[in-house]
Design a protein around this ligand. Structure first.
Ligand code: NAG
Ligand code: NAG
Ligand code: NAG
Ligand code: NAG
Length: 602
């Protein structure tokens, strides 16, 4: 009988609309012990026909298909529905208020494969120990976001995926995840698991688990006997102090290992801890308490997170065997240049991104990786740039040296000479007194904000024909401290930020390509008729906080600037509204609002 069950609803509808009286029909009704529908209902459209007895077909507020998909998600159920079709195989009950599951209501559903109970109010008391065990087809069990304190003691061996995240689970039993040959993924993050809450062999005879997520618990040790098929293991935000010997030694398929935000020290691991992880590509050890980079890291790591530790040095051969390394993240540590061995990066041909910001580097480390493209050295103590610092990093595209102690006198004139690929150079927040010489000709973005720059010496900007954005805000520039024709050379410049300087006029000879001009917070006393003569493409001009008065701003200056969208001038200045379209727009809205209010009062 059972195999026919799921075709029943379909057959019944057909029968109903055709008024046929076949043998099958009677059998089916008999099976369910139902009476045939009222004759009067016969000519209603199909979708309006509801079974006369609600106990069998589809519970109120739910939708059911003849294939056994029952959807009762987010319909404010307070109780587990008692009247689910027996042939249900995918049951969605997420986002309700269910607190318990009466065993007899669930066990009937012997075909259920997917059971989604996420985001309810289920407690461990509301689930009998063996509740799920008898569901012999159950493959996907979602119990995340409930109030469970204990994991279910028994789960069926058919299980493929279990999601118990975001509960209050303190205990897992041997048969919760043990003896599940099909089990592939287990999600246990955001619970209250301690080492004592795990069974001796959590995955006993469940060798095929590939994904194990146990982040945000209270584990002190990496669990023992991890399944050998794992490819993702997430243990971040725990209290891990130690990785027991051999904990990872069988995980030859592991690709992604999250250990960040724990209490790991170098004493809690050794040079063999990671040695067998031949396929590991992503290792995150950030936000721990390491003082040096662990030895024996496997060669296939592509992304290595070591930021936010106490790393003070990089010895000669902790990194060099990681031949596939592309991203090395070492920011927020205690690195000094002299603690980094000159051969520390030797042979790392794929390493293109290195973050060492927020360390104690007193100079650019020697022996930078040859192929580095992105180098973040901001927020260190670097006080000079020598000729050799970047002499071999030909592939550098993005160099950030902001917030160091670099002075104009200590930047070698040829320091950047070899950087033909450099597109972005940031040296904001240093002690530069003038724009450096020898800037690479392919630069597209140059940031020199917050220095003491009071001069742009002859030819320092010449040849920068690809420069699009130039930031010089918060310096000490005056009109005559910029060499004549400096701006005009920048034939691709779209953005010029000169806010917070000591300019008394709008700079002359701005390039035709300019679209954004920031001049707020200067000492500009006058905008002459021809101030923007050379910039017909300008879109936004910021002139707020200067010394302008209505008399000193010539309206004619803005004539013909057809692309101008924003003209930001001190609000006290009574400029014709058309020039400040945003302002004008706002005024109009206000007027309309007022009109409307008046109408409403009527
Ligand atoms: C693993 O399961 C087998 C078979 O049920 C059992 O005999 C053994 O004691 C279990 N091992 C552990 C460590 O629990
Ligand atoms: C690990 O370190 C020990 C010394 O602490 C050394 O004798 C051993 O050769 C190292 N093993 C590997 C694989 O580097
Ligand atoms: C880090 O380790 C040092 C000893 O190596 C210890 O004094 C310190 O308290 C640890 N910090 C944290 C946050 O555990
Ligand atoms: C360079 O450093 C500055 C200052 O902290 C920062 O604002 C900027 O985003 C950095 N640039 C890049 C590309 O990360």
């Amino acid at each position: 009988m059972r195999p026919c069950v799921h075709v029943f609803f379909f057959v019944w509808l057909m029968v109903c609309s055709h008024g046929s009286n076949g043998q099958e029909e009677e059998e089916e009704y008999e099976y369910y012990g139902e009476v045939p529908p009222d004759e009067d209902n016969d000519d209603r459209p199909l979708e309006e026909i509801k079974p006369s007895s609600p106990t069998m077909l589809c519970p109120k507020d739910c939708t059911c298909t003849q294939e056994g998909v029952v959807d009762c998600a987010g319909v404010d159920l307070r109780e587990f529905p008692a009247d689910l079709p027996e042939y249900t195989n995918h049951l969605s009950l997420q986002n309700n208020q269910i607190e318990e599951i009466p065993p007899e209501d669930l066990i009937r559903l012997y075909k259920v494969e997917t059971l989604n109970l996420q985001n309810n109010r289920l407690t461990s008391r509301g689930l009998r120990d063996d509740l799920f065990e008898q569901l012999e087809s159950l493959s996907y069990l979602y119990l995340a976001n409930n109030k469970l304190t204990l994991a279910p003691r028994f789960l069926p061996s058919s299980l493929i995926s279990a999601d118990f995240a975001a509960n209050y689970i303190t205990k897992i039993y041997g048969m919760t995840f043990g003896h599940k040959p099909n089990l592939r993924s287990v999600y246990l993050h955001n619970n209250k698991l301690t080492d004592a809450g795990l069974p001796d062999d959590m995955f006993n005879s469940s060798r095929n688990v590939e994904v194990l997520i146990m982040s945000s618990n209270f584990l002190k040790y990496v669990p023992r006997n991890l399944p050998p098929a794992l490819n993702k293991l997430h243990l971040k935000n725990n209290k891990l102090e130690k990785i027991p010997l051999g904990a990872f030694s069988t995980l030859s398929d592991l690709r992604e290992l999250y250990l960040q935000n724990n209490l790991l020290t170098n004493e809690g691991m050794n040079n063999e801890t990671f040695g067998k992880l031949n396929r590991l590509e992503y290792l995150d050890l950030s936000s721990n308490n390491l003082t040096h980079i662990p030895g024996g890291l496997p060669r296939n790591i592509v992304i290595l997170h070591l930021e936010k530790n106490n790393i003070r040095s990089i010895s000669k051969d902790v990194l060099t065997q990681i031949r596939n390394l592309e991203y090395l993240l070492l920011h927020n540590n205690k690195l000094r240049a002299k603690g980094i061995h000159a051969d520390a990066f030797l042979g790392l041909k794929k390493l293109h991104t290195v973050h060492m910001y927020n360390n104690l580097l007193e100079k650019v480390p020697a022996g930078l990786p040859r192929r580095v493209k992105t180098l973040m050295l901001l927020h260190n103590q670097i006080s000079s740039i020598s000729k050799s610092d970047f002499a071999t990093t030909y592939f550098l595209e993005d160099l950030n040296l902001s917030y160091n102690k670099i002075m104009s006198s200590t930047v070698h004139r040829d320091a950047f000479k070899k950087l033909r690929q450099l597109k972005t150079l940031e040296m904001s927040g240093n002690s530069l007194k003038s724009v450096p010489y020898g800037l690479p000709k392919n630069l597209e973005i140059l940031k020199l904000k917050e220095n003491d720059i009071s001069s742009i010496p002859q030819d320092t900007l010449s040849g920068l024909s690809k420069l699009k954005e130039l930031y010089l805000s918060n310096n000490k520039l005056k009109i005559n401290s910029v060499y004549t024709g400096a701006w005009a050379e920048l034939s691709s410049l779209q953005m010029l930020d000169l806010a917070g300087n000591q300019l008394s006029y709008v700079p002359p000879d701005l390039p035709e390509s300019l679209e954004y001009l920031y001049l707020q917070n200067n000492r500009i006393v006058m905008v002459t008729d021809n101030a923007f003569e050379s910039t017909p493409n300008i879109k936004r001009i910021f002139l707020r906080f200067n010394l302008l008065t209505p008399e000193t701003v010539k309206e004619r200056a803005f004539y013909g600037l057809e692309k101008l969208q924003v003209l930001d001038i001190e609000s006290s200045l009574a400029l014709p509204k058309v020039f400040n379209k945003k302002e004008a727009g706002r005024e109009k809205e206000k007027e309309e609002e007022e009109e409307q209010e008046e109408e409403e009062e009527d």
